[in-house]
Design a protein around this ligand. Structure first.
Ligand code: ADP
Ligand code: MG
Ligand code: MG
Length: 211
């Protein structure tokens, strides 16, 4: 059975921070097409601050739950704009059901992601089709929950693959939430930046599962 310890989650956060630096310009470019051009910058500010505090919060956190909660609090406080509270809430809620645990099963990881996605839905109140990160997360999560016939890593890969398709599916949509909403029909033909960053961040988890 696949068991994920606290170090797994620490490594994931480190790799997410690295990814954000690598993809900063790409994400910012997407956001300059239909938003205010700061999505990559916002995530970079949040993950840089998380990296500054990472060793401290890891040493202070008694379990995976509090570690992720602290990561989420930093993102929520530091990432400007709408994606900060959404991703911050994702990590806070992802840890909510694993209190007292220093390792979790793969099934528990799925539950953590489901809780995180539910937090995004509750906070942002976007639906599939509104041209947001929800268009990647929700169909992805459905695949993750349903593909019980697959082995853990294949199952997680199917999740990320579906999220990637979900991000592509935002291109022809008219934005109904967030800043892009103001563009109306002019948002058509552009990929939503948050949908793009969300599958990329989840792919970091996949890459760590493969290690
Ligand atoms: P801001 O738009 O405030 O500048 P960012 O650029 O960091 O913040 O993030 C923009 C992304 O946030 C969008 O591409 C979209 O995916 C996501 N987003 C915005 N509003 C919502 C919402 N209500 N629900 C879900 N996701 C949202
Ligand atoms: Mg923006
Ligand atoms: Mg902004």
């Amino acid at each position: 059975e696949l068991i994920l310890n606290r170090q797994f989650f620490v490594n994931v956060i480190k790799d997410m921070a690295e990814l954000v630096e690598k993809e900063k310009d790409h994400l910012t470019k997407l956001d300059s097409d239909i938003g205010d051009g700061d999505h990559g910058v916002n995530l970079s500010i949040g993950f840089r601050e998380t990296m500054k505090q990472l060793e401290l919060i890891n040493s202070q956190a008694p379990d995976i739950s509090s570690f992720l909660k602290k990561v989420g609090m930093i993102l929520l406080g530091k990432v400007g704009g709408s994606s900060g509270p959404l991703y911050g809430g994702f990590f806070i809620k992802a840890g909510a059901d694993v209190q007292g645990k220093d390792e979790v099963t793969f099934e528990e990881l799925i539950g953590m992601i489901e809780n995180g996605v539910n937090s995004i839905l509750q906070r942002g109140k976007a639906q599939v089709g509104d041209k947001t990160m929800v268009d990647a997360f929700v169909p992805g999560l459905n695949v993750l929950k349903d593909s019980t016939d697959l082995k853990p890593i294949e199952r997680f890969a199917a999740f990320v693959e579906q999220m990637k398709k979900g991000a592509e599916s935002t291109i022809p949509l008219v934005a109904k939430k967030g800043r892009a909403m103001r563009l109306g029909e002019r948002s058509v033909g552009h990929k939503d930046p948050g949908a793009e960053s969300s599958w990329m961040l989840m792919e970091v988890i996949l890459n760590n599962l493969k290690k």
